[in-house]
Design a protein around this ligand. Structure first.
Ligand code: DGI
Ligand code: FE
Ligand code: FE
Ligand code: FE
Length: 186
């Protein structure tokens, strides 16, 4: 599916602000894919579809979790955690994406997971540093991403988990697995 078709399909499912975020992720992901020798066309598709489920109905998403036998732990969480795995399912069933690397990049774009691939890290980091993101520390993450993807990814995960702890939010177990994996790497 080409860029314009995919963009038209997602545009009607999200507010303008989220659409502009998606364009930013797309441009950033393509640039990082070129820099770190991954397929920019695949990065484009994963980026365009990554937040497709962000505004989907939570009860509907939980129904999909049950019917598709996704991780049952998802049932205890809201759209912020559900939209990754459900986004991957929509990409597969509705957009006929069969490339597992694209589906996994969408699936784990919010939480990360243990032993992320380079391609998954690109989508994760692009989501966090795209030009419309404005949070304290984002410039440093952007600079890191231009130097070393692994270091940038580690800094992104640390930033997200620190934020969740400091605002006393629950942490999804897969996010913890991602963090622990990084801390145990040499
Ligand atoms: O969908 P986006 O806003 O572009 O970004 P995202 O999918 O990376 O993150 C969505 C939200 O989920 C963001 O506010 C951070 C939050 N989040 C990430 N990991 C966890 C989490 N929230 C909880 N409660 N637990 C997590 O482990
Ligand atoms: Fe997201
Ligand atoms: Fe993210
Ligand atoms: Fe996003």
């Amino acid at each position: 599916m080409d860029r314009q078709t995919l963009l038209a399909a997602i545009k009607e499912r999200m507010p303008e602000k989220r659409y502009l975020h998606t364009i930013g992720v797309m441009e950033t992901a393509i640039r990082l894919a070129e820099k770190y020798q991954e397929d920019p066309k695949k990065a484009e598709i994963a980026a365009i579809l990554h937040d497709i489920a962000k505004y989907a109905d939570v009860e509907w998403m939980k129904k999909v979790v049950i019917e598709q036998q996704l991780d049952p732990r998802l049932l205890d969480w809201d759209a912020e955690i559900l939209h990754g795995p459900i986004g991957a399912w929509i990409a597969e069933t509705e957009f006929h994406i069969d490339d597992e690397s694209i589906l996994n990049a969408i699936r784990y774009h919010t939480t990360g997971r243990a032993d992320m691939t380079t391609f998954e890290k690109i989508i994760f980091v692009a989501d966090m540093i795209e030009p419309n993101r404005k949070f304290h520390g984002v410039e440093k993450l952007r600079a890191d991403a231009n130097i070393n993807l692994d270091d940038a990814f580690r800094a992104c995960i640390t930033h997200t988990l620190s934020f969740l702890v400091s605002s006393q939010q629950a942490i999804y177990p897969v996010s913890i697995e991602c963090y622990n994996f990084l801390m145990r790497e040499e």
